[in-house]
Design a protein around this ligand. Structure first.
Ligand code: GUN
Length: 283
């Protein structure tokens, strides 16, 4: 039996239509994406984000800065965007060039305009169980699980990957939804021992087909956050052979990817509501 595919596109389209309606009612909602340098993968992501923002009616600015932009100049630009009444939400695409201190840049974005939810205040509120702005990919994962009525309460969820962008935030969200969460990473001994116990498996490591079909528990729910460019094309962290074992599984591409952009736009609307005082930040 083959797993039910948890497709991101239909749900993402619905969310984007809802966001477009919210933006229409709000009027001007300013979203600025910032890309420093010309990393090809980042260029693709920024284009997709910008296009989606324009389609949803945002006043979207695709700000490109040269690779040799100094940290001081980037900080000065962020000060300007933080202070601007035309700007509701700011996204600085990562990774930044090596000569720029990423942590310092993340801290420099006003928390209520931090559409990625990467600022320590937003990350901290999530850690404390009071989510304010939560990064888009983890929210996309949770939205897909909710859409398919996956029972999280009491389930054993295994997350592979401990990044600040996906692994750690999704761990908190799953735990806050009353799952029992095991966080695995590159130093985990005998990964299969954990994955075979996972009612819900979230793979977010960036290693093509790290999780083989025989590592997946029968009738489990598999969320593949991996987007790995290989000679064979775009592949996930989970071998597609796992479709024969899982009850539900996200496709790659077309699973979590579209959800990230939809949830990012939702976050931008939230930023706009903070700036207008319709919502209290952090709440
Ligand atoms: N680089 C990889 N993923 C992301 C993301 O979600 N946001 C930003 N800003 N940069 C990224």
């Amino acid at each position: 039996m083959s797993a039910t595919l948890m497709k991101g596109k239909p749900l993402a389209e619905r969310i984007r239509a809802e966001v477009a309606e919210e933006v229409r009612v709000l009027g001007h909602v300013g979203l600025v994406t910032v890309l420093v340098g010309d990393d090809p993968a980042s260029d693709v992501y920024i284009r997709l984000k910008h296009k989606a923002a324009v389609e949803a009616g945002f006043a979207a600015t695709d700000l490109r800065l040269p690779a040799d932009t100094s940290e001081a100049d980037l900080l000065a630009k962020l000060d300007e965007l933080n202070a601007s009444d035309d700007v509701d939400a700011i996204l600085v695409q990562l990774p930044l060039p090596k000569h720029i201190d990423e942590a310092r840049i993340i801290r420099a974005v006003t928390p209520s305009k931090d559409v990625d939810g990467f600022h320590p205040l937003n990350a901290g509120e999530l850690y404390l169980g009071r989510p304010a702005i939560v990064s888009a990919t983890p929210r996309g994962v949770m939205a897909l699980l909710a859409e398919h009525n996956i029972e999280l309460d009491g389930a054993h969820a295994v997350v592979i990957g401990r990044s600040a962008i996906v692994g750690k935030p999704v761990m908190h969200l799953l735990q806050q939804a009353n799952a029992t969460v095991t966080l695995c990473h590159s130093h985990t001994r005998d990964l299969a021992q954990y994955t075979l116990e996972a009612d819900i498996l979230v793979a977010a490591v960036g290693v093509p087909a790290l999780v083989s079909a025989d590592m997946v528990k029968d009738r489990s729910v598999v969320v593949d956050v991996g987007m790995n460019r290989t000679e064979a094309g775009l592949v996930g962290d989970v071998d597609p052979g796992a479709l024969d074992r899982a009850a539900y599984m996200t496709p790659v591409p077309g699973g979590v990817g579209p959800m990230t952009i939809a949830c990012l736009l939702q976050n931008a609307v939230k930023c706009a509501r903070y700036r207008r005082g319709e919502l209290a930040y952090p709440g």
